[in-house]
Design a protein around this ligand. Structure first.
Ligand SMILES: Nc1ncnc2c1ncn2[C@@H]1O[C@H](COP(=O)(O)OP(=O)(O)OP(=O)(O)O)[C@@H](O)[C@H]1O
Length: 293
């Protein structure tokens, strides 16, 4: 488990990261989301030791992280850092060797990742000749080639087409399934919502929300409800204490206090067959809008 506690960092008089604490559990895919300038990259750089913090600690499995521990990290920095003229396979082997992987293992591992990330036909091309999406795949392979114990990836999905997102997701999920903590930042909230176990929301350098995806959605469920009946649900629009948000024939989404919502349910059961009734859990985009203000 990767644990951040009280991480704080200023650049001059700008407080970029303010008392940030959260954990990335082993085997958990954790999405790190926040607007531009929220503090994601700064936090990730501090985790990797690329940048020092003014205060706070980063622990791995209960012990402070040191240089040896960080060598076992897979890091994809915001500033992509492959050698443009080096060929994809050669480059991956080189990076694996730098991190202490034996030559034969490095070559095999590079080939495996090239295949998994669907770069087989680009294996011997110089990186600068690849499309941006394929460069991104190569960058992801570079972060994984030494079979890291922890993954910290800054925007791994940016610039990838939907098929490539699925491919990369598959690879990251395999790491998580082996117990590796995986932290990645993303502006693609739909991707984060779909695949993450845990979500950390940062804004203005502070943690605004953190927890499992399902808990966050439950905690932010508020007073929104949805009802689907066999028939026309139009009458809900005139029910007492109800504000209809969406209406589509047999389906209605509305805001109401619990008593008014129960009254709607009672009337629905007495007139129609109820297909579905319950609290409407917000999407991550809705939660994000709510907490980042
Ligand atoms: N080297 C630096 N010198 C001065 N200010 C910096 C430096 N790095 C980051 N900042 C500032 O710290 C704040 C947090 O930036 P950071 O890059 O961590 O945000 P981010 O969440 O990664 O944003 P984005 O999604 O736009 O990449 C911003 O106000 C940024 O301008």
């Amino acid at each position: 488990m990767l644990q951040l506690d009280g991480i704080t960092k200023s650049f001059g008089d700008r407080l970029a990261v303010d008392d940030v604490s959260f954990t990335v559990g082993g085997g958990r895919l954790t999405g790190f989301v926040g607007g531009n300038g929220a503090g994601k990259t700064t936090t990730m750089r501090i985790i990797l030791g690329v940048l020092g913090s003014d205060a706070g600690t980063v622990n791995l499995n209960g012990a402070p992280l040191d240089a040896a521990g960080r060598r076992r990290f897979g890091y994809m920095p915001e500033e992509r850092g492959l050698y443009p003229k080096m060929r994809v396979h050669e480059q991956l082997v080189y990076l694996a060797r730098l991190r202490g992987v034996r030559a034969a293992d490095a070559a095999a591992r590079a080939d495996e990742l090239i295949d998994r990330l669907e770069l087989t036909e680009r294996r011997n091309d110089p990186v600068e000749k690849l499309s941006l999406g394929n460069q991104q795949r190569a960058q992801i392979a570079a972060a994984l080639v030494h079979d890291p114990d922890v993954l910290v990836l800054d925007e791994p999905f940016s610039g990838l087409d939907p098929m490539a997102v699925e491919t990369v997701l598959g690879v990251l999920s395999e790491f998580a399934a082996r117990g590796v903590p995986v932290l990645f930042s993303s502006h693609q909230l739909d991707v984060v919502e779909r695949l993450c176990d845990d979500i950390v929301v940062i804004g203005g350098g502070r943690i605004l929300a953190a927890g499992s995806r399902d808990d966050l959605r439950e905690r932010n469920a508020g007073s929104r409800w949805e009802l689907t009946v066999d028939g026309d649900a139009g009458w809900v629009r005139t029910a007492t204490g109800v504000q209809v948000i969406e209406f589509d024939g047999d389906h209605v989404v509305f805001d109401a206090d619990p008593a008014s919502a129960q009254a709607v349910l009672q009337r629905a059961t007495s007139t129609d067959s109820v297909q579905r009734f319950g609290r409407r859990r917000p999407t991550l985009t809705e939660i994000f809008r709510e907490v980042v203000q």
